[in-house]
Design a protein around this ligand. Structure first.
Ligand code: CP
Ligand code: NVA
Length: 308
C-alpha cells in the first residue's frame, strides 16, 4: 500500500533541507543520463501540471512542459489573458479550483506574496517558477551545471555581478544551502533585500567593485539590468549599471578555471560581452538545458509516493 507524502511546496530554496537539495541535484544528473540513453521512465503517468504564467517565458515553459511529457503526464499553459485570473477572479478561489483538477501547479508572477497566498489555498504542491523576489528553479539548474563541470561547489567562491534581484536572492539562499562564499558586486541603490541578505550571515558579502569581487572567483554569474516588470526604469538602470559588465578583463581576475553562468535571456553588450557569453568559460547552454533535468527531479520529489 502506498500513501502521499505530506504536502510540500517549492517557493524558495529554503523550503528544502540542504541534504534534500543536494540529493535532488544528484538525481537530476541521473535523469539526464537516462534521457540521453533513451530510457522510458514515466513516474507521472496521467498526472497534470498547471502552469500559470503572468510573465513571459521560454526556458521555464518549455522545460516544465517537456519534463511532464517525458514523465508520462501533461502540462497546461494558463495565462491571465485567457483565464479568469486576468478578469479578477480571486487568487484564493483560483487555487482551490485548479488544485481540484490538476496534480501540481507552477506559477510565474510578480509579487511573491501572491504566490504565498495561492499556496495557502492549494491542495496540491506549488512551485515558484519566478517571482519578483526569487527564482529557485534556475538555481537547481545552475548547481547541477557547476557540479557537472567542476564537482562540488562547497567551499568555492561565486561572484554575482549586477542587480540585487530575484536571481541574486536565490543565489544568496544557495550560498547557505550548498555552502559557498558569495560576493555580490552591485551598484549602490540596487542591493539585495536586506532581510534575505542578513539571514545569510558572513557567507555573503557586498563588494561594490566588480573587479575586486571577482578576484579568484570559481564562478561568475550575472543577469539582466532590467528585470520583467521594471521596463519603465530601463533608462535609469542603464546609467546605474554602467561598469557592471562581465567582460574578458573581469574573467581574467577570476580563477583560471572559473565558469560563467547567466540564467538568460541575455543582452550582449549590456551585462555581458559577446566574448564572454560565447567564450570558452561560458556554460550557459548546458545551464539552460539543465532546467529540464533539474525540474524533472523536482517534480518527481514533490509528487513521489513512498511505501507506508
Ligand atoms: N531563465 C529563465 O527563467 O528563462 P525564461 O524566462 O525563458 O523562462
Ligand atoms: N531577473 C530576470 C530573470 C529572468 C529569467 C527577470 O526577473 O526578468
Amino acid at each position: 500500500m502506498t500513501t502521499e507524502n505530506k504536502l510540500r511546496h517549492f517557493l524558495t530554496l529554503m523550503d528544502f533541507s540542504s541534504d534534500e537539495l543536494k540529493k535532488m541535484t544528484d538525481r537530476s544528473i541521473v535523469l539526464k543520463q537516462m534521457q540521453k540513453n533513451g530510457d522510458i521512465y514515466e513516474p507521472l503517468k496521467n498526472r497534470m501540471l498547471g502552469m500559470i504564467f503572468e510573465k513571459s517565458s521560454t526556458r521555464t515553459r518549455v522545460s516544465f512542459e517537456t519534463g511532464m511529457l517525458q514523465f508520462g503526464g501533461g502540462a497546461l499553459f494558463l495565462s491571465p489573458r485567457d483565464t479568469q485570473l486576468g478578469r479578477g477572479e480571486a487568487i484564493e478561489d483560483s487555487a482551490r479550483v485548479l488544485s481540484k483538477m490538476v496534480d501540481i501547479i507552477m506559477i510565474r508572477t510578480f509579487e511573491h506574496e501572491k504566490l504565498e497566498t495561492f499556496t495557502q489555498y492549494s491542495s496540491v504542491p506549488v512551485i515558484n517558477a519566478l517571482t519578483d523576489m526569487y527564482h529557485p528553479c534556475q538555481l537547481l539548474a545552475d548547481m547541477q551545471c557547476y557540479q557537472e563541470h567542476r564537482g562540488s561547489i562547497e567551499g568555492k567562491t561565486v561572484t554575482w555581478v549586477g542587480d540585487g534581484n530575484n536571481m541574486c536572492h536565490s543565489y544568496i539562499n544557495a550560498a547557505h544551502q550548498w555552502g559557498f562564499k558569495l560576493n555580490i558586486a552591485c551598484p549602490k541603490g540596487y542591493d539585495p533585500d536586506q532581510a534575505i541578505f542578513a539571514d545569510a550571515g558572513d557567507q555573503v558579502e557586498i563588494i561594490r567593485d566588480p573587479m575586486t569581487a571577482s578576484t579568484g572567483s570559481d564562478l561568475v554569474v550575472t543577469d539582466v539590468w532590467t528585470s520583467m516588470g521594471q521596463e519603465e526604469e530601463q533608462a535609469r538602470r542603464e546609467a546605474a549599471f554602467k561598469g557592471y559588465i562581465v567582460d574578458n578583463k573581469l574573467m581574467v581576475q577570476a580563477d583560471n578555471d572559473a565558469l560563467f553562468m547567466h540564467c538568460l535571456p541575455a543582452h550582449r553588450g549590456e551585462e555581458v560581452t559577446a566574448s564572454v557569453i560565447d567564450g570558452k568559460q561560458s556554460v550557459v547552454w548546458d545551464e539552460a538545458g539543465n532546467r529540464l533535468h533539474a525540474q524533472k527531479a523536482l517534480l518527481e520529489f514533490l509528487m513521489k509516493k513512498t511505501p507506508e
